[in-house]
Design a protein around this ligand. Structure first.
Ligand SMILES: C[S@@+](CC[C@H](N)C(=O)[O-])C[C@H]1O[C@@H](n2cnc3c(N)ncnc32)[C@H](O)[C@@H]1O
Length: 272
């Protein structure tokens, strides 16, 4: 076999905790390693509400996707997709908009391989390995360009994908590049854990993630505040109700009441 025909070697480090695998652990999944479980248990000791946050996040994704489908969107780029589960974007869209084109993106090869494995059964969608910190390269990925027509409206989903990028300039550049590449009528949907409601807890969690090596870039000491997340939508029109705590984003009456605070915000912006 020629060198160019060799399958690309997958890189991932099971000794570094990954937020997607930790979320899997929070909701009873089995696709996680000792490093993920160990860090997740320490995080749960600080914030027992983490499983509720994960479940509430999935409900938010469902409501956002329903909104986007009703707005006519049929192309989706799900960046930082995490591990596949019953509420994965392509599965929810399979019910809402059969035939919608979906590209899942993650920088962790394990997420990509697992997603590719379930897509063989679920199709039509693809999963590609790319780093959101190089958005131009991500947008040029052959798996993306073969599936998504960036001259037509698309929804770019950044569900809990920017939270671990501690550099504000870098995070803003990412959303700016993505937004510029989107055709008018496109949407950017985003969720992000914030420090406003529980600053002490979230500062301790940030410190834990920093110690365990799961935060990229310089350490900022705490999560962003809601006011620091809003600029990611600059240049877009935020649809009602704006950037809010996720249970308040177009609630459909199905969410259970959580005694614990859900310190994750979310919103959807449209490019006009
Ligand atoms: C907390 S999980 C979120 C998973 C899913 N989007 C959700 O909301 O349930 C964050 C995901 O983002 C991925 N991720 C983190 N940094 C990334 C980067 N620089 N580029 C692409 N993906 C990244 C992680 O591997 C992980 O799967």
């Amino acid at each position: 076999m020629m060198a160019s025909q060799q399958p690309e070697r997958l890189r991932f480090d099971p000794t570094t905790p990954n937020a997607g695998r930790m979320s899997d652990y929070y909701v009873g999944g089995k696709d996680n390693f000792a490093a993920d479980r160990e860090t997740a248990q320490m995080a749960l000791a600080l914030a027992p509400e983490l499983p509720a946050l994960t479940r509430e996040g999935r409900r938010f994704h469902g409501r956002v996707l329903r909104f986007l489908v009703e707005a006519g969107v049929r192309q989706f780029v799900d960046i930082g997709c995490g591990l596949p589960n019953e509420d994965s974007v392509h599965r929810l869209l399979g019910d809402l908009a059969p035939g919608a084109r979906v590209v899942h993106v993650d920088h962790d090869p394990m997420m990509v391989v697992h997603t590719q494995a379930v897509l063989k059964q679920d199709g039509p969608a693809v999963a590609v390995e790319a780093d959101v910190r190089d958005p131009e390269r991500l947008l040029r990925h052959p798996g993306l360009t073969a599936t998504i027509d960036l001259d037509a409206p698309v929804a770019v989903l950044l569900f809990s994908a920017l939270t671990r990028l501690s550099d504000d300039v870098e995070a803003t550049q990412i959303t700016t590049v993505l937004q510029k590449a989107m055709a008018p009528g496109s949407h950017l949907a985003l969720s992000h854990a914030v420090s406003d409601l529980c600053p002490e807890t979230t500062a301790k969690l940030s410190e834990l993630y920093r110690e365990r090596g799961s935060i990229a870039g310089p350490h900022r000491g705490n999560l962003r505040t809601m006011a620091e997340v809003e600029p990611f939508f600059e240049g877009l029109r935020l649809v009602e109700p704006g950037l809010v705590y996720i249970p308040e984003w177009r609630p459909d009456g199905t969410a259970p009441h959580h005694p614990a605070p859900i310190w994750v915000v979310g919103g959807v912006g449209v490019k006009e």
